[in-house]
Design a protein around this ligand. Structure first.
Ligand code: PEP
Ligand code: MG
Length: 551
């Protein structure tokens, strides 16, 4: 048996023959060009052709993988025209007096290396995009056709790393799964695989060798395991998981369109967590009833400078409009601690999780906050937007946030810009302080959403980033569950709703406890919606107990 371990980035178990992606090898001459003007002309034409192709690919992506996937190709088109990238190609032509092909190769390598060297994981993942763009221009210069699958039977596609456009141009009916040597869960290929529901594993490294081409493999996109010639025990485990997955798929399909209600009529709102507008397609496919947490910081993490009001407005509006009147809770930026953004130039802190993060940054930098609030209120005219503030500890913070909202609304009124005056305002309950003053906080806002990831960290004094805390990091700890109960009682006393948007919300073993506590909403990853709905519909709320709150 050959067993390989990578990182599972798109769930699902499949078996099939491994097929290495065919990519035409190119050799580029480093010789001087005979006619530099002609090379410049050729480069212009190849860029134009690339733009046309990317436009067509964006349309195809929109059709096949939802509206937001098209953004990927629109981003590639932006790369083709990126001023620095174009300068880099032109400089290479002038300085090296080389062919257009060589200039593209130089610029592509330089840009990809620059992105790969950045601290930010998202930007590092963009190195694959720039390589993809450079390869497209090169193909157009050389008249080459993109690689593909020369196999009639469905395969598990293997590659060193797959560029997003390569992924999308493939005939999906012939792909059972993706396995790659490199790549990351942040890469667009992983995002696309998840959106298309194709199991994928990345980061298999050198263990994924070309001589495995044609071998029958079993892959598990959840655990990141790949097995070839599995022994009996491994085979039985894969088969059992596969069968369960098939049964689940059929069962889950039947859950679409059904209400999130217990047998005794207790309603639970089942919403989704998203990190970017691209994730909305998955929310709709999985029949999420709303968005309970849109981590808006993705916009800031993806940018090299503060995103403008217009850029933010466009992203929020897109999500609000796509959700078509369903609630979309957008959290104001939550950076600091583990989410560092270079251009914010945050001071280095000894204990960043206890430092200037999330709402503290916004209250310290009113201009940054104002820009985001303006974008959020403007987007509220296009759907049911709710605004949520993270990491609240005190009542004065909420009042200051609300004053900032009032100011922005007054500005928009004065400018005649439409927005929803009834936009709900909520806060995250993720510090013990916020639980202890929940009664007062509840009088200030329209809803609470419990961030159990941070609430566990701060309640148990356990770093959520540390891998070695083992059983000490226990989100099921009665202290965490009692905190949930205290916040819920305070919310209900004030007549507002309360949800959970931390990872714990999808923990089916706690569903009965959440029902007993009186939680009104659970916001989970899109793929968790239907399994959660299925469990809710089997539950009887009035028989649920608070026994897990006992020590
Ligand atoms: C949480 O803390 O539970 C939460 C949802 O926020 P984040 O994980 O983004 O800190
Ligand atoms: Mg949090």
């Amino acid at each position: 048996m050959i067993l390989m371990q990578g990182k599972g980035v798109s769930k699902g178990v499949v078996k099939g023959p491994i097929y290495f992606y065919q990519r035409g090898a190119v050799t580029i001459s480093t010789a001087k060009a005979a006619d530099l003007e002609k090379e410049k002309q050729r480069l212009e034409e190849a860029k134009e052709k690339s733009m046309e192709q990317l436009g067509a690919l964006a349309d195809k992506a929109r059709e096949e993988a939802g509206d937001e996937s098209a953004m990927l190709f629109e981003t590639h088109a932006m790369f083709v025209e990126d001023e620095d990238f174009v300068d880099c190609m032109n400089n290479a032509l002038d300085e090296e007096q080389c062919t257009a092909e060589r200039a593209v190769e130089i610029a592509g390598e330089q840009f990809a290396a620059m992105l790969a060297a950045m601290d930010d994981a998202y930007m590092q993942a963009r190195a694959a995009d720039i390589k993809d763009v450079a390869r497209r221009i090169l193909n157009n210069l050389m008249g080459m056709v993109e690689g593909g699958i020369d196999s009639e039977e469905p395969v598990i596609l293997a590659a060193d790393d797959l560029a997003p456009s390569e992924t999308l141009q493939l005939d999906k009916s012939r792909i059972l799964g993706f396995i790659t040597q490199g790549g990351s869960g942040n890469s667009h290929t992983a995002i696309l695989a998840r959106t298309m529901g194709i199991p994928a594993i990345c980061g298999l490294g050198d263990s994924l060798r070309e001589e495995l081409n044609g071998r029958l493999a079993y892959i598990d996109g959840e655990t990141g395991k790949v097995a070839i010639d599995p022994d009996d025990i491994t085979l039985a485990a894969f088969q059992a998981k596969y069968e369960k997955q098939q049964e689940m798929k059929v069962l889950m399909e039947t859950m679409k369109g059904k209400a999130d209600v217990t047998l005794d009529g207790r309603e639970m709102m089942v919403y989704c967590n998203i990190g970017s507008p691209e994730d909305v397609a998955a929310v709709l496919t999985n029949d999420g009833q709303g968005i309970g947490l849109f981590r808006s910081e993705f916009l800031y993490l993806a940018a090299s400078d503060y995103p403008t009001e217009e850029e933010q407005f466009k992203a929020y509006k897109e999500v609000a409009a796509a959700m078509d009147g369903k609630r979309v809770v957008i959290r104001t930026l939550d950076i600091g601690a583990d989410k560092q953004v270079g251009y914010f130039e945050l001071q280095k802190e000894e204990n960043p999780a206890l430092g200037v993060r999330a709402i503290r940054i916004c209250l310290n930098r009113p201009e940054v906050f104002r820009t985001q609030l303006r974008a959020l209120y403007r987007a509220s005219a296009y759907g049911k937007v709710a605004i949520m503030f993270p990491m609240i500890t005190s009542v004065w913070e909420v009042r200051e946030c609300k004053r900032a909202c009032q100011k922005v609304m007054a500005e928009l009124d004065a400018e005649g810009i439409p927005y929803n005056k009834e936009t709900e305002i909520g806060i995250m309950i993720e510090t013990p302080a916020s639980v202890l003053v929940a009664g007062e906080l509840a009088k200030e806002v329209d809803f609470f959403s419990v961030g159990t990831n941070d609430l566990t960290q701060y309640t148990l004094a356990c770093d959520r980033q540390a891998n070695d805390l083992g059983k000490f990091f226990d989100p099921h700890h009665p202290a965490v569950l009692r905190a949930l109960k205290m916040a819920t009682d305070a919310a209900h006393k004030a007549g507002i709703w309360i949800g959970i948007c931390g990872e714990l919300g999808a923990d089916l073993s706690l569903l009965e406890t959440f029902l007993a506590i009186g939680i009104d909403e659970l916001s989970v990853s899109p793929s968790s919606v239907l399994p959660l709905r299925s469990e809710i519909r089997k539950s009887i709320a009035k028989t649920c107990t608070l026994e897990k709150l006992e020590c």
